[in-house]
Design a protein around this ligand. Structure first.
Ligand SMILES: Nc1ncnc2c1ncn2[C@@H]1O[C@H](COP(=O)(O)OP(=O)(O)O)[C@@H](O)[C@H]1O
Ligand SMILES: [Mg+2]
Length: 624
């Protein structure tokens, strides 16, 4: 019987691990099918594990039989005749042999499971990573990186529990149940029937109690556990605000409410766990009474010897020890299926933007970009951002994109990279429809400095060389110099070897931009896109970088998105975006000549603002 003290600790573990609502049949089926599919990849290993488990459990099934024979032999009395000795010795050797065999077999099975699980975990983790990397930008925009990471690691860990529970615990329990029932039924059919029926009732009841009574309460408790964690994190991470308003007591009270709710839910779960385990225990007591009673009956009728009674009792106790923890095993399976559900789901989600089966690498020689009657809207938006949008950028042209934020400039750059598929029309590069080429080939030939550059938590050198792995340190430094990044990098204690912190948090916005610009310089691609790449720089650094960018733009198609119009005024052509349309286009002079034009108005306002903000002792020459 499970000791009552054991239950809370099991539940503590379960409520910590399980953070999700109960699963329905579909998920159960999917996860088990997924697991079976991965088992199927290692058939020989699985066969060895199951055979070894079968053998070791059969040894457990047979052990009571020889214990009975030993007792029979011993009980023939001290007047030990030779036959009694022989019988006792034979039983003794069998018992030792069985124990040894069980141990060796179990060892083989466990080693097999170690390898099985490790291989499955590695496969599953790398499959998930492979897929997540190829999901569309839209998918990534909608999912939190942290939660995706958790889904993968938690799912992989749950697989370990699932393998162990099914192969080492549930499978042997089944063999034990069938084996003992058959063996006892062979000698005493009535006893076989009692054990078979009693165990079945026990199993069905345990499963029902675990899944129908304890699990729902546990998942509610878990959701409060998560909320409690969330409340703690929220208040602690905003501690500066709490302090600022002297609101510690208010936060204490707020947390107390969460704790009270959590306590209530968790108590219910633990109590249900205890009740369920007591009911299970009582069923086992009833079964035990029936088995012992029937054994006595057989003995009194002379149908069973002392040894037989010992055999019956030990057999029942061994079976009992296997069945006792069935409820825990069932909950473990449920918990691991729960934890694996989202990981399995990753494999079945569509990629969003997928390469066509016949897709070939794109060949960009000139860098002409055409949008032909493009329709586009973001997933859940009802209004189209681009409606029948057509525009051409000539090979080697240098184009500036300006306009209010939210007008669709970044989206334009994203569509060129095919981060999203258009819903109508085509985007062509050098005459090739980009939806027909491989995404990797397309994006590797477009160098981009994103609006909010993201850096890896790797060394600065690795970050700069990302677009062109294998370049020399001298080339990296050259690119950094061009991007005005060399100076600040050289000043860091570890220079180019400095790790930049998650997503580059250890650098200031301007420094991050300069590293990203250096990265784009090195990538040496025929198409260059700078999306507000210099927005966080002071005007002096911007001017320095501007020179480098000018050199880089030679013989490359370049798109520069900028808020500061002074950044783009010298370019060949400017597009003035507004709500997904190009309202004005032409070079600076043309746009300035438009009476009442948007560009002219914006430019004049910015020039005025700049002169004002620069007026003072450090004022430079006023902008035209
Ligand atoms: N991933 C996205 N999902 C949904 N809407 C988006 C997404 N990205 C941008 N938008 C919306 O599309 C419009 C254009 O955005 P964007 O191209 O980034 O503008 P800009 O770069 O000109 O500031 C905005 O209204 C913005 O809210
Ligand atoms: Mg933008």
């Amino acid at each position: 019987m499970s000791s009552p003290r054991q239950i809370p600790s099991i539940l503590v573990r379960s409520y910590r691990i399980m953070h999700r609502l109960p699963i329905e049949g579909g998920a159960f089926r999917d996860v088990l099918a997924f697991t079976a599919h991965h088992w199927g990849k290692q058939p020989a290993r699985l066969a060895i594990i199951m055979t070894a488990m079968l053998a070791s459990t059969m040894a457990d099934v047979l052990t009571p039989l020889y214990s009975g024979q030993l007792i029979d032999a011993v009980s023939r009395g001290a007047a030990a005749e030779a036959t009694a000795w022989d019988g006792a010795l034979a039983a003794f050797f069998m018992l030792v042999a069985l124990a040894l065999a069980a141990m060796v077999m179990r060892h083989i099975a466990f080693i097999g499971i170690v390898d099985l699980t490790l291989k499955m975990t590695s496969d599953i983790t790398s499959d998930a990573f492979h897929r997540v990397q190829r999901f569309s930008s839209d998918w990534h925009a909608k999912s939190f990186a942290g939660s995706t990471v958790r889904k993968i690691t938690r799912g992989a860990r749950a697989l370990d529990l699932l393998n162990d529970t099914i192969l080492i615990l549930l499978f042997p329990s089944l063999i034990m149940f069938v084996g003992s029932t058959a063996l006892l039924g062979w000698y005493w059919p009535g006893m076989g029937l009692i054990i078979a029926c009693g165990s079945l009732v026990y199993c069905v009841m345990t499963i029902m109690l675990s899944l129908g009574y304890v699990a729902p309460a546990a998942s509610l408790a878990n959701s409060w556990d998560s909320r409690l964690g969330g409340a703690l994190a929220d208040a602690i991470s905003c501690n500066a605000v709490v302090k600022g308003f002297g609101a510690e007591v208010r936060e204490d009270k707020r947390l107390a409410k969460f704790i009270a709710k959590w306590k209530h839910r968790t108590r219910r779960t633990w109590v249900r766990g205890t009740i369920s385990s007591t009911i299970q225990g009582m069923t086992l007591v009833a079964l035990r009474a029936a088995v012992i009673g029937y054994a006595l009956l057989l003995w009194s009728r002379g149908q069973a010897t002392q040894g037989n009674v010992a055999f019956l009792l030990t057999s029942f106790l061994v079976l009992h020890s296997y069945l006792r923890d069935l409820g825990t095993h069932v909950r473990s399976v449920q918990r691991s299926v729960n934890d694996m559900e989202e990981l399995v789901d990753i494999q079945s989600q569509p990629l969003g933007v997928a390469d066509r089966p016949e897709a070939k690498p794109i060949r960009i020689t000139k860098g002409q970009i055409d949008f032909e009657n493009v329709h586009f809207h973001y997933g859940d938006h009802r209004l189209r951002l681009y409606n029948d949008f057509s525009v051409s950028i000539k090979a080697g042209e240098r184009v500036g994109l300006v306009g209010p934020s939210g007008s669709g400039k970044t989206t334009y750059a994203k569509l060129i990279q095919r981060l999203y598929d258009v819903s109508g029309g085509r985007v062509l590069i050098d005459g090739q429809d980009i939806s027909n080429v491989t995404q990797a080939s397309l994006r590797s030939q477009i160098a981009i400095v994103q609006q909010e550059p993201i850096l890896f938590h790797r060394s600065l050198a690795d970050n700069i060389a990302y677009g062109q792995p294998g370049v020399s340190q001298a080339e990296i430094e050259e690119a950094a110099r061009l991007a005005s990044a060399h100076e600040f990098i050289a000043r860091l204690p570890k220079g180019y070897g400095t790790l930049v912190g998650e997503r580059g948090v250890k650098l200031s916005g301007g420094e991050r931009q300069r590293v990203a610009i250096a990265r784009a310089f090195l990538a040496n691609a025929p198409i260059l896109i700078l999306d507000e790449a210099t927005s966080s720089l002071d005007s002096e650094s911007e001017m320095l970088i501007q020179k480098a960018i000018e050199r880089l733009m030679v013989s490359r198609t370049t798109l520069i998105i900028a808020h500061r119009l002074s950044t783009v005024r010298a370019l060949d052509r400017l597009f003035v975006f507004d709500r997904g349309r190009i309202m004005e286009e032409g070079d600076h002079a043309t746009l300035m000549s438009l009476d009442g034009g948007i560009y002219r108005r914006l430019f004049e306002r910015q020039a005025l603002g700049l002169t004002k903000s620069l007026s003072g002792p450090f004022c430079g020459p006023p902008l035209p």
